[in-house]
Design a protein around this ligand. Structure first.
Ligand code: IMP
Length: 432
């Protein structure tokens, strides 16, 4: 099957960029299908660290063509900044290797102003969004008043749409939130300049992908965020406003389910979360600091987009069961196994206890989730440093046991394990 999907199996930040980078080497096309520049993908190549928010991380591979699909919300300012930053580091970014679906929606300064105003208004109940205008852009999309990227090819229509868009949102900003209105003329001028540069990148994403698939090209659909941030299947309302799950890959790219081969879930060997909401296996104190890292390394647990320290906790198998089910995961990639080295015991959450009952399936009702207490199965740890290991059989027996336990609990194989941030620090399970 030529279309494989990479999905975050937890709350985002599982290391999808890292895994996508590995798999992109075997793909012709890497396509983003959801979210926007709220995502953050860190890819380390040699001594170079690339942090990308919007452009698929496949762009770093010279032979790969990247598509930003119709399910994505695009801030054109961020897209151009990333294109320029990549070009400055010698990465080829031209319309031949980067495509933007004309049905993707544009993020504007009005969306960003609204995101901030709404979060402020929520006060203590704030979602903790990335303040990138993601929610308001998707709200406009489903309200059928959004601005599609295709407008970038039609300067007159774009200007007209921007004036109407700013006028509409200024009313809300001023009258409901008492916020500063935006200057429509300035926004129109800014977007006219973006349009000039981005128009050559526009394609009908669905037609373009279909043609590629008919010609035998292999496509990697790169998820952003994670299963628990999905608008339907996540921990609502502490979610993002799109569908990072496998279904989102189909609607967000305009392809049918029969094209899909592997659905690879990426999971960190512990759990992390940015933003608010219940987190049953959350750790605080020294153990949290141990898992999070100090922030000295780019792969420590601090948001790529926001810089916020991530909340961390033990591995939660209810989350992974949920991810397996809603995405139809066929395989698992486990990241950051090296971080667990040196811990004598590794508790893994196998069930929750709530009101005297044992739950084995993740409840997406937040009020119920907030009352859940984790039931742990504790596995023995290992003391050896494993960052140099490249074969599953060479891992310490207890590290093998940890991985085997997860695979057995989920009933799907673990095909990739990462033991460090570099490309080479990877174990391809079953391929040694
Ligand atoms: P929004 O997507 O900016 O609206 O934020 C909604 C929620 O999703 C917040 O809790 C964010 O922290 C979280 N979020 C959005 N994108 C990511 C991501 O790429 N990784 C982790 N959390 C994210």
């Amino acid at each position: 099957m030529p279309l494989n999907i990479v999905i975050g199996a937890q709350w985002g930040d599982e290391g999808k960029g890292r895994i996508t980078d590995l798999l992109a080497a075997q793909a012709d096309i890497v396509a983003r299908y959801s979210g926007g520049d709220n995502a953050g993908h860190t890819v380390t190549i040699g001594s170079e660290v690339f942090k990308l928010h919007l452009i698929p991380s496949g762009i770093i591979h010279p032979a790969v063509t990247c598509l930003i699909g119709n399910g994505v919300v695009v801030n054109p300012r961020v897209m151009l900044q990333e294109m320029d930053a990549l070009a400055a580091r010698g990465v080829n970014v031209t319309p031949a290797c980067l495509k933007l679906s004309e049905n993707a929606h544009l993020i504007t300064p009005a969306h960003i102003a609204l995101d901030k105003a709404v979060e402020q208004e929520r006060g203590g109940d704030a979602i903790g969004t990335t303040l990138r205008g993601i929610g308001p852009a998707y709200t406009d999309k489903v309200s059928r008043v959004g601005l599609r990227a295709g407008l970038l090819a039609d300067p007159e229509a774009l200007a007209e749409a921007i004036y109407a868009h700013v006028a509409m949102h200024n009313k809300t900003l001023r009258q409901i939130y008492g916020a500063e209105p935006l200057d429509a003329t300035a926004v129109a001028a800014e977007y006219a300049a973006y349009a000039q540069r981005l128009a050559p990148y526009l394609v009908d994403g669905s037609v373009w992908l279909d043609e590629a698939l008919r010609n035998g090209r292999t496509v990697l659909a790169e998820g952003a965020q994670g299963t628990l941030l999905d608008i339907d299947h996540g921990t609502y309302p502490f979610v993002t406003s799109s569908s990072p799950t496998a279904g989102g890959a189909l609607t967000g790219l305009g392809v049918g389910p029969r094209e899909v081969g592997q659905v690879l879930g990426v999971a960190k060997v512990f759990t992390s979360r940015v933003g608010s909401g219940p987190f049953p296996t959350e750790l605080t104190g020294e153990m949290a600091m141990r898992l999070r890292g100090t922030g000295a390394n780019p792969w420590d647990e601090y948001g790529t987009t926001t810089g916020r320290p991530r909340r961390v906790g033990w591995l939660d198998l209810l989350i992974l069961r949920h991810a397996r089910r809603v995405n139809g995961l066929t395989h698992l990639a486990l990241t950051k196994l090296d971080i667990l080295s040196g811990l004598p015991e590794l508790p893994v959450c196998v069930a929750y206890e709530v009101n005297g009952r044992r739950l084995e399936q993740f409840p997406t009702d937040l009020r119920l989730l907030a009352r859940c207490r984790p039931i742990f199965h504790t596995l023995p740890g290992w003391s050896e440093e494993i960052t140099h290991v490249r074969r599953f059989a060479d891992l310490p027996a207890n590290a093998q046991g940890y991985v085997t336990f997860i695979a057995a609990q989920l009933g799907i194989p673990v095909s990739i394990i990462s033991v460090g941030p570099a490309r080479a620090q990877t174990i391809w399970v079953g391929e040694e």
